[in-house]
Design a binder for this molecule. Structure first.
Ligand SMILES: NC(=O)C1=CN([C@@H]2O[C@H](COP(=O)(O)OP(=O)(O)OC[C@H]3O[C@@H](n4cnc5c(N)ncnc54)[C@H](O)[C@@H]3O)[C@@H](O)[C@H]2O)C=CC1
Ligand SMILES: O=C(O)[C@H]1O[C@H](OP(=O)(O)OP(=O)(O)OC[C@H]2O[C@@H](n3ccc(=O)[nH]c3=O)[C@H](O)[C@@H]2O)[C@H](O)[C@@H](O)[C@@H]1O
Length: 440
């Protein structure tokens, strides 16, 4: 089939590459000319494992190309995926769906034949209905446009795997014909026994919000319990392993840390809370607001552990933060907890040097006030304390002995419970881990 993917960001680029991989002819569209030039030159503008190879294969074969021209996409494709951004509104609580409606408005006049628009962006419930009404008004006569909502569940750092082998595909369809089109698009995945969950558009929109809201609540829950473990001298890691064995709880997404970040979970929990409020579902709003509040408090909780380990306030100290991206496997720093902790220490008067294997360039743009080191060993020279804030395997694999002579004091706070603390302690380091006893 010939498909377009409108919006080439963290979702759109992997999706376009994956659609080519399963046999479609794909045109990716974005407003950002510089990004499109890079993509057409075979460059991958984001750090995502496996994506550069897939882009190279399919741009070389001609099955995948990129443009800024929606007219070209309209002439080429019968199915248009919408993968544009839905940042949080100026009010800080609901989605700004301007990119979704803007892209649809821009596409509509170029349509020359019936087509299906498959929305993938995360949106407020009711968006599919409003978009269908808009397109019914704007699309030229004879171009019947159907709008399907097909929320995306990929995780950054696993984007290709999650797109080609998702747990499930959810679609909210307005008609049996639209369902047939979706089945044809995803046929290669459905042949591989990936479950297709077909529902109405409003339910599909809420499924996405509920999934991310639940993931956020689960993380806030375990972070709150980590504080209980700290106070009681217990071990949150062992606790998690034990409760995770209950299949009703599950071990996935239950790692204590510096809070959930990224371009999605924080905004999606906020927007789902606001939706609950506006729909009058006040109990849901209360529960979700609590998850948000816990998450907002995590940088301060991290600072308390850091200052306890340092033995004094951070003002005037030299601290190294390992990690800038919101999690390992990506160079995305949107709402990164690592940078929130780094920025908080900087505000409190510490000199902060941040090191990340892939995200220094993106971090520099958002937090120019911090110091950066591209090299891990360079980053710790003269440090009085290291804070491990993002769970890159490079940090776990670091030899503590090799670093001892570089730092000013061998102190480390592991906010991700990533390190083998015993090995570091044997090498002479004082290590504190989140929600775990000072000396087990
Ligand atoms: N990042 C992720 O892993 C996931 C994101 N989502 C959702 O997918 C949506 C996109 O997220 P990201 O890719 O992270 O955002 P992003 O900000 O990385 O990418 C959005 C892209 O859309 C482009 N764009 C905006 N208006 C356009 C228009 N009129 N025509 C063509 N291109 C246009 C922008 O230039 C940008 O490149 C959001 O709703 C997000 O919540 C859902 C699941 C996973
Ligand atoms: O809607 C989206 O965009 C996506 O949002 C999340 O994916 P992602 O943002 O890539 O990241 P996660 O792996 O969920 O992590 C989010 C944040 O929570 C933190 N986290 C995650 C898991 C965990 O156990 N503990 C924890 O602190 C991470 O470090 C990170 O800061 C969801 O997991 C995806 O299913 C969803 O498609």
């Amino acid at each position: 089939m010939r498909v377009s993917v409108i919006g080439c960001g963290h979702l759109g680029i992997p999706h376009a590459a994956a659609m080519a991989e399963i046999g479609h002819e794909v045109i990716g569209v974005d407003l950002d000319q510089a990004k499109i030039n890079r993509l057409n030159a075979g460059e991958c503008p984001i750090y995502e494992e496996g994506l550069p190879a897939l882009l190279a294969t399919h741009t070389a074969s001609g099955r995948l190309r990129f443009t800024t021209d929606l007219a070209e996409a309209a002439a080429f494709a019968d199915v248009h995926f919408l993968a544009v951004g839905t940042p949080i509104d100026a009010d800080g609580r609901s989605y700004d769906t301007g990119q979704v409606f803007g892209a649809a408005r821009a596409l509509a006049p170029h349509l020359t034949r019936p087509c299906v628009i498959i929305g993938k962006s995360t949106v407020t419930v009711g968006t599919t209905r409003d978009l269908a009404a808009l397109l019914a008004r704007l699309a030229p006569a004879g171009t019947d446009v159907e709008v399907v909502w097909n929320p995306e569940f990929l995780r950054e750092g696993h984007a290709i795997e999650d797109t080609l082998r998702p747990d499930r595909i959810v679609v909210g369809v307005p008609s049996p014909h639209a369902e047939d089109v979706v089945r044809e698009v995803y046929a290669p995945l459905l042949h591989n026994q990936i479950p297709l969950f077909v529902t109405d558009p409003a339910t599909a929109e809420l499924i996405k919000g509920a999934a991310n809201a639940y993931l956020g609540m689960k993380i806030s829950f375990i972070n709150g319990v980590a504080d209980m473990c700290t106070a009681a001298g217990a071990d949150v890691h062992q606790l998690t392993e034990a409760i995770g064995l209950d299949p009703r709880i599950g071990r996935g997404g239950l790692n204590a840390g510096p809070g959930y970040g990224g371009g999605c979970l924080p905004k999606d929990v906020r927007a789902f809370t606001a939706s609950a409020q506006s729909l009058g579902a006040l109990d849901a709003a209360t529960l979700l607001r609590a998850a948000e509040q816990v998450n907002e408090s995590r940088p301060t909780a991290a600072l308390a552990l850091i200052e306890q380990t340092l033995g004094r306030p951070v003002a005037g100290s030299r601290v190294t933060v390992w990690g800038a991206s919101f999690k390992a496997g990506t160079d995305d720093v949107r709402e990164s907890p690592a940078l929130a902790v780094a920025a908080l220490m900087h505000q409190r008067g510490a000199t902060v040097t941040v090191h990340d294997p892939h995200a220094v360039p993106t971090a520099l743009v958002r937090h120019p006030e911090l110091d950066y080191a591209e090299d891990l060993e360079e980053s710790v020279k003269g440090a009085e304390l290291i804070v491990l804030a993002t769970e890159w395997p490079q940090f776990r694999d670091t030899d503590p002995k090799a670093l001892s002579s570089l730092v000013d004091q061998p102190l480390l706070v592991d906010l991700r419970n990533l390190l083998n603390a015993d090995a570091w302690r044997t090498a002479g380091w004082t290590v504190r881990q989140l929600g775990r006893p000072a000396q087990p």
